[in-house]
Design a protein around this ligand. Sequence first.
Ligand SMILES: [Ca+2]
Length: 135
Amino acid sequence: MPTNLTIGCFLVEWDSHLLNWQDAKDTCTALGGALVQIRNHKMSNCLRDWLYKNMDTYGDLWIGLFDYTNTGSVHVTNYGWTDGTMLTSDIFQNWASGEPNYGGKCGQLWKATGYGWDNDRCDILKQFLCEYDVC
Ligand SMILES: [Ca+2]
């Protein structure tokens, strides 16, 4: 089973360890990468198709999205990626229906919604996706 794929300039690697969001983020950083940042439709669709094909028996995955206000907010503009890119209206977004809602500050790919984005509690243990810039 392939555990990584390359999309444009980014190698995305699936990590099967179950970690909370912060530990997942730190793991990617220690390896020279970052929790994956989903930048556009192409990257989003490639990841979704790859996950469906290869990750059938696995669940939700942490991504590099979090609530900068630390409030567990419903406002998408309070969310951003770990490199500081905030979700302004011109930035690609793929939230699951009704998300983000109250109760979580960390972003995941929610398998049950076709890997749409969801805010969830940061202390929950999940597998995760790291990315490495290969250009
Ligand atoms: Ca949520």
